[in-house]
Design a protein around this ligand. Structure first.
Ligand code: 5AD
Length: 376
């Protein structure tokens, strides 16, 4: 009761003027429901973004190079036990074709994402890709070549080191939820929460720019859990954030939720936007993606994410013929378009909200530089 009184007495304008936030204040902001208050939150997050990282939007061309996955995460459409779709593994030429499109479109970076595998031939394939991408994209105009982000899951520290030495400099590994029992409820027992944490620590020790994130609106997840996720991002001192609404997939145990009312879908979407805004306010100078999952609910979801404080977009470069086989969740947009169409569509969308695109720039996380300077 005392806590409720305290929260109801909070003054939003006063909170938004802070540059450090208590857990109760984070919860208060995530609980906002009135449209005018949510807009105040959005505008505050936008000005924090402008002040700390600028208004430019950086592109990371996304190449989902294989949907073969060892893991059986309960929520994920490409989990091992789902037999209702075709598994693919793009060959090197197909991947390099996609990389060439990134160069043609003048993207500064690419993201190589796939289902999880840890065998040596997979690792060597990734190493070969990283080295080849570096060598073909390095020239007089672009002396460091394309920036490379990897998103290939839990690996040993030694493997992460090999990836880094080959030239990858960013790594995305979502914690999915920082609440251990919630994490357990959505993953099979062989996926260990502490191992995930250790992977994040190893990536940081090696020197990667490290990204993490959570799904928003998971069954059983509370606002307090999400507030703790934001506090975790801050304490873990991560450089990049990628998060979006949880969207039930038809071939998972959450299929029953698809039938649930539209209302809860929109609630997750709105909560995801509030999470982006509050994370921007709390973490200030990180890079934050406006994820495709937002657009699966609202056709303008990715533009909205940018208005709530995100500054990264991942345009699709995955060859159109396999895109449908990489459906982590239902309703994933941009399935039939060719990379060029996605490129033109996204540039138009970003221009429509008066944001500039950082073509040909890496657009690295400012947070990474401030934390590594402090460490030295
Ligand atoms: N809904 C939303 N996001 C999902 N992901 C996987 N399955 C879903 C889903 N059903 C996200 C996870 C993973 C990322 C690659 O995609 O957070 O880390």
């Amino acid at each position: 009761m005392a806590k409720e009184i305290c929260i109801s007495n909070m003054n939003l304008n006063k909170i938004l003027n802070n540059d450090a936030f208590s857990r109760d204040e984070i919860i208060y902001m995530l609980n906002l429901e009135k449209q005018d208050e949510i807009e105040l939150l959005r505008d505050a997050a936008y000005s924090t973004m402008s002040k700390f990282v600028g208004e430019k939007v950086y592109f990371r061309g996304l190449i989902e190079f294989s949907n073969i996955c060892l893991n059986d995460c309960f929520y994920c459409g490409i989990r091992k036990s789902n037999k209702n779709f075709h598994r693919y593994n793009l060959d090197k030429d197909q991947i390099i074709e996609a990389v060439k499109l990134a160069m043609e479109f003048n993207y500064g970076s690419v993201v190589l994402q796939s289902g999880e595998r840890t065998d040596e031939s997979f690792i060597e394939h990734v190493l070969d890709l990283v080295k080849t991408i570096k060598s073909i994209s390095t020239n007089d105009i672009f002396p460091e070549g394309l920036g490379i982000t990897l998103c290939v899951g839990e690996q040993s520290k030694e493997t992460y080191q090999r990836f880094f030495d080959a030239g990858a400099h960013r790594y995305l590994l979502r914690i999915e939820s920082t609440n251990e029992s919630l994490f357990k409820s959505i993953h099979p027992p062989e996926l260990d929460f502490n191992k995930r944490m250790d992977c994040l620590k190893s990536l940081k020790e090696i020197g990667f720019q490290v990204g993490t994130g959570v799904m928003i609106g998971l069954p059983g997840q509370t606002i307090e859990n999400l507030a703790d996720d934001i506090i975790f991002f801050k304490e873990m001192d991560v450089d990049m954030i990628g998060m979006g609404p949880f969207i039930p997939h038809k071939d998972t145990q959450y299929a029953y939720m698809i039938e649930e009312d539209e209302k809860s879908k929109w609630k997750n979407y709105e909560l995801a936007l509030k999470m982006i805004a509050v994370t921007r306010l709390v973490l200030q100078n990180v890079n934050m993606a406006s994820t495709t999952a937002l657009q699966a609910i609202n056709p303008f979801g990715r533009e909205e994410g940018l208005r709530y404080g995100a500054n990264i977009i991942m345009p699709q470069l995955t060859p159109t013929e396999v895109r449908k086989e990489y459906q982590l969740y239902d309703g994933k947009p941009c399935m039939d378009e060719f990379a060029k169409e996605c490129h033109l569509c996204l540039s138009g969308r970003i221009a429509s909200i008066n944001r500039e695109i950082g073509y040909g720039e890496w657009g690295d996380s400012k947070h990474y530089f401030s934390r590594t300077q402090n460490e030295n």
